[in-house]
Design a protein around this ligand. Sequence first.
Ligand code: NAX
Ligand code: K
Length: 503
Amino acid sequence: MKILTAAQTRAADAYTIAQEPISSLDLMERAAGALVQWLKQKYTPETPLYIFCGPGNNGGDGLAAARLLHNDGYNVQVFLPEVSQNPSADFTQNLDRLPQAIPVTRIQTSADLLSALPVQAVILDGLFGSGISRALEGLYAEVVTYLNQQEATVIAIDIPSGLYADAPTPSESAVVQADVTLTFERPKLAFLLPASGKYVGVWHVLPIGLHPEFLAQVESPYQVILLDTVKTLLRKRSKFSHKGTFGHALLVGGSYGKMGAITMSAHAALRAGVGLLTVQVPKTGYNILQTAVPEAMVLTDDHDLHLSQFPDELNKYQCIGIGPGLGQAEDSRLALESLFRQKLPPLVLDADALNLLASDRLLRQQLPPDTILTPHPKEFERLTGPAIDDFHRLQLLQSFCAEHACYVILKGAHTCIGTPSGEFYFNTTGNPGMATGGTGDVLTGILTSLRAQGCPALETCFLGVYLHGLAGDIAAEAEGETSLIASDLYKYLGAAFQRLSSR
Ligand SMILES: NC(=O)C1=CN([C@@H]2O[C@H](COP(=O)(O)OP(=O)(O)OC[C@H]3O[C@@H](n4cnc5c(N)ncnc54)[C@H](O)[C@@H]3O)[C@@H](O)[C@H]2O)[C@@H](O)CC1
Ligand SMILES: [K+]
């Protein structure tokens, strides 16, 4: 699903208004109707609803929702911060249509703000939407601060007020801290990035029937990975298949004290369906691997404690995953250097393989095309230099992927896949329970396995991050987020495959 900028959203609104055709006021009515439908499913008419409306169309949505909710018997109050400013036409029309029975409080100074709102109340934030063009200051900032002090649930209409949809929000701006954001038609880029996403709470997309023709034609490098897309990538295992049908993967990593990492990758690779798995570890890891993962074949390095060479006959593997628990010994860097000079099957690089790459510009230049790299933000910035903010990090991602013709899976709450042709694909599965050691090693195992089974690079990335997050979500349902550990991810990977194929 494409993500639109604020300007593209305005264009989509305008196109819909002209082509459907529908009046701007009726489109707002449709948006308000979608909000109200969502709210009615969640809250009873007795719930006190406090609706704060700014002067633009976001405020217009709030006013229209207030009327619809009131007409359905809901307990609604409206608050209008008054700052000398021309309200939008649709705001004014909806203010005129507001039933007299709805109490309206005009806020002229912060003294007009009520004392604390009831805890069981719901606040609708309709102060500003995607039309924000500068930092929120003065009375608006005071209202935002007041809202942020309330214990009542805050639901943002379209986007938390003060937040920029597709650019860094000025640090001096007041921003509403929402518990829930009900956004129209498409999520906004800001929802998916850590510095801005923290204001959004749980977000839901409410379709409002923007014109499908516009949505099909509009170009955007930003996309959200959808369940429907991922489902189509699952491959059925045919009756006459055998272990050779599902590829042979090689995982390389582990060092003294870090054998757990490569062990977890190995488990994950097997659970992700690879036909055969070989793991190359330093000698110290031999008994550990053979005991912990009897399904895998084990090769040992000449070195006792860390990796110093890659096995011969690399062409018998369909993918090589390198990095979990590897360490950063000079031997290992040299081994990578000589590896990159050979003709290779597809690679997945993680953890210390990325750190070795970061420390050696020449090695980076030898990176084979189509490689999948899986850095977390710190590893990523070691490769590219520091990012000023989340948006700059996306620019760095785009140029790195283009320069090295590779796929980068930038791990985070919404993991982002960068491609050589400049697109960004954001994942929506996963939860904070997965912020624990070893979950990245599991992802490496899954990706190496899928790639070895013949999945093309981008499809491997889609399927891998989605399944990894879904396994995490199923694990969190069973174990809770706090107690979730990395091995739960491969324990529930089978359930994730099943859930994906049954949906
Ligand atoms: N037909 C449409 O265009 C639709 C718009 N919708 C709603 O309209 C919203 C966008 O509406 P608008 O474009 O009117 O934008 P906003 O409602 O975000 O407000 C824009 C107004 O606020 C002013 N403003 C911007 N930044 C300010 C600041 N920091 N301090 C004070 N004033 C500031 C602008 O000059 C403008 O007058 C969406 O977020 C959505 O909620 C929905 O009703 C769906 C349909
Ligand atoms: K808002």
